[in-house]
Design a binder for this molecule. Structure first.
Ligand SMILES: [Zn+2]
Length: 159
């Protein structure tokens, strides 16, 4: 058991939020023309999911290594035993955000104690992957479209 979860290019191309490469190129071009980067914050270098603190890396070599190991074509993968979330470094911005949500959803299941191989052990096709694929885009959209919801959900009383 590796504990690794990934989102593949083939699977993600079926989702609605996959931005084509020309979108990323258009953004890069606009940034170069204006001399100023758009105000999109970078992917956080660390993410906490439950009791685990994950390092987030944007590294094609890491993804390519995982592609070789898993015989898949991944845009990202995550591993609770390594406490690492890895993303391709050349993803279009909206798709990159979807992949981050996708991997966080996988890791929510890991910290809840759900075995990544549970579907296979039960003789099921990868239900988790289909479910995470189905949820990532709409969840990202719901968070983006409802900033008041984010304020509400993240509010904590002072300790
Ligand atoms: Zn996945």
């Amino acid at each position: 058991m590796t504990g690794a979860d990934g989102v593949s290019v083939e699977q993600s191309s079926r989702t609605l939020n996959r931005a084509p490469a020309w979108v990323a190129e258009a953004i890069r071009s606009r940034e170069a023309e204006s001399g100023a980067a758009l105000a999109r914050p970078p992917v956080p270098g660390r993410l906490r999911v439950g009791h685990l603190l994950y390092t987030v890396v944007l590294d094609n070599a890491v993804i390519n290594e995982e592609n070789t190991r898993s015989q898949r074509t991944l845009s990202g993968y995550s591993d609770s035993t390594e406490q690492r979330i890895a993303l391709r470094a050349d993803l279009a911005p909206d798709y990159e955000a979807e992949v981050v949500v996708h991997e966080v959803l996988h890791q929510c299941l890991r910290v809840a104690g759900i075995d990544p191989d549970a579907d296979a052990a039960a003789g099921l096709k990868d239900v988790e992957e289909r479910t995470v694929n189905a949820l990532a885009g709409p969840l990202l959209a719901a968070l983006r479209d409802n900033p008041a919801l984010i304020d509400y959900l993240t509010h904590q009383e002072p300790r």
